[in-house]
Design a protein around this ligand. Structure first.
Ligand code: NAD
Length: 292
């Protein structure tokens, strides 16, 4: 049976475990040749520097009849990004799909966020997306285009306690998706944003999850088909969109704009405050009526 990614070459960063591993296995099953990148290391980015995790995933893909190659470079350096592309070109001669997925966590309240924790999280997620996407972008631009999925998060799009560094990086990635999707039109490069939700080592200690068996619905394998859709030709008409993909299904996450205040003349802070009160805080009786 024909696969959705037959003949395509895909790079997936951070694919030695968690969500990236599930994407790599599904993409390979759907006919893609996959570059499985992972630097190894622990959840906070310490102890990294081994390609063992990606090699294990490659061995499993091959055992299942698929094609894949391991890469152990660091996404957060320019050289690492260039090496990842080189692995694809040296082994398969091209690249059609990039999923920027690698990531770490260093959660703290804002008051307790050290400069090191700030820099490291921004470097792996935000700069890492830049370092990995740029060489691939340049190659795709000169070779007929391709598709990219950049991984954001509801933590950056909606906000989440204890994640200013991570939320800032993920909201920055949202900005990259929007800008790159506009610039990519000219070169046939599609860029989609992803806000995944799954039980992985990154989320296994969220409140309510500790010590419990994961709900099968929350496993990364349940997110992978949504990502497969995004990179495949099924989504050929879509770019610049952010999809939330989790056990709750697939939904588009959009920026919302309420009715604005623009009287077309200089205005006072008091007028803005009155407008904002009407829009954001309807009067008590209206709230009661709306929730009845
Ligand atoms: N799991 C969720 O619910 C969830 C929610 C929102 C966003 N995300 C995002 O999805 C992505 C995957 O997360 P996950 O839950 O599978 O976590 P995970 O920790 O299982 O996977 C992340 C992988 O990235 C690798 N990595 C870290 N730094 C790297 C580097 N510098 N270079 C190359 N590889 C590196 C790690 O070794 C690890 O295998 C991350 O970007 C994460 O922020 C996950």
């Amino acid at each position: 049976m024909a696969g959705l990614l037959d003949g395509k070459v895909a790079i997936i960063t951070g694919a030695g475990g968690g969500l990236g591993e599930a994407y790599a296995k599904l993409f390979a099953k759907e006919g893609a040749k996959v570059v499985v990148n992972d630097l190894g290391g622990s959840r906070d980015g310490s102890g990294s520097g081994t390609s063992a995790a990606s090699e294990k995933v490659v061995a499993e893909i091959k055992a299942a009849g698929g094609e894949a190659v391991a890469n152990g470079d660091d996404v957060s350096t320019v050289q690492g990004g260039e090496n990842i592309l080189k692995t694809a070109l040296d082994n398969y001669g091209r690249v059609d799909i990039l999923v920027c997925n690698a990531g770490i966590l260093r959660d703290k309240t804002f008051a307790n966020t050290s400069e090191e924790d700030w820099d490291k999280v921004i470097k792996v997620h935000l700069k890492g997306t830049y370092c990995t996407a740029l060489p691939v972008w340049k190659w795709m631009k000169d070779n007929g285009g391709g598709s990219m999925v950049l991984t954001s998060s509801t933590s950056g799009l909606y906000g989440n306690f204890g994640q200013t560094n991570y939320g800032a990086a993920k909201a920055g990635i949202y900005g990259m998706v929007r800008v790159m999707s506009i610039e990519g039109r000219k070169y046939n490069i599609r860029v989609m944003g992803l806000a995944p939700g799954a039980y992985t080592r990154m989320t296994s200690d969220l409140p309510g999850r500790q010590g419990k068996e994961p709900d099968p619905m929350s496993l990364p394998e349940n997110v992978a088909p949504g990502v497969l859709f995004m990179v495949s030709d099924l989504a050929a008409d879509h770019s610049g969109k952010i999809l939330g993909v989790s056990s709750r299904g697939v939904r588009e996450i959009k920026m919302l704009q309420t009715n604005g205040f623009n009287p077309g003349r200089p205005y006072t802070a008091q007028e803005v405050a009155e407008h904002a009160s009407e829009v954001f805080f309807p009067k008590a009786e209206e709230r009661t009526a709306a929730s009845a």
